[in-house]
Design a protein around this ligand. Structure first.
Ligand code: RP5
Length: 166
């Protein structure tokens, strides 16, 4: 499956927090590729990945980093693809720093952001972006939502049964 979602993480220490992103993409049949590249420690590599992203067939970028998280913004500076930040929980500020770095981009180079530690939603959001032009992805997202709604209805029935059994 060709990679349509480019996932870049600032460090391999981010790996565990990113797992839900590709789990979601796999469940929706969306191809992806994962890179480790740091805006601070390997800026040339970030530049090369970002500049070649569209030509390499990617439609959206997930950029995961913690601390003073410039990764998403730097990638967005070098591609016009949509970039979604995934603020990673790390360090004394627990991801608040990364979140604020993402959502306070100066005008002209926008990035979106999921919540702190929001890799699962990042996967869904990347799929939603692609679904605008890929009907198969849209259909799988729709099917997931229907299933999710059923699960809530089942939870409702379970809770009612539990209360009735007291
Ligand atoms: C960020 O610094 C990375 O994305 C990671 O979340 C954080 C800490 O990196 P390591 O010191 O663990 O490599 O750039």
């Amino acid at each position: 499956m060709a990679g349509r979602v480019l996932i870049v993480m600032g460090s391999d220490s981010d790996y565990d927090q990113l797992v839900p992103a590709w789990q979601v993409l796999e469940s929706l049949g969306v191809g992806y590729e994962v890179f480790v590249a740091s805006a601070h420690r390997s800026p040339e590599r970030v530049l090369a990945i970002a500049q070649s992203a569209r030509a390499n067939g990617f439609g959206v970028v997930l950029a995961a980093a913690g601390g003073a998280a410039h990764l998403a913004g730097v990638i967005a500076a070098h591609t016009t693809l949509p970039v979604v930040a995934v603020p990673v929980v790390v360090g004394t500020l627990g991801g608040v720093d990364a979140l604020l770095s993402a959502v306070q981009m100066p005008g002209g180079v926008p990035i979106a952001s999921v919540g702190i530690g929001g890799a699962r939603n990042a996967g869904f959001f990347a799929a939603a972006i692609l679904s605008a032009s890929e009907p198969a992805v849209a259909a799988r997202l729709e099917a997931f939502r229907i299933e999710q709604t059923k699960n809530v209805d089942q939870a409702d029935a379970r809770v009612k049964a539990k209360l009735a059994a007291r």
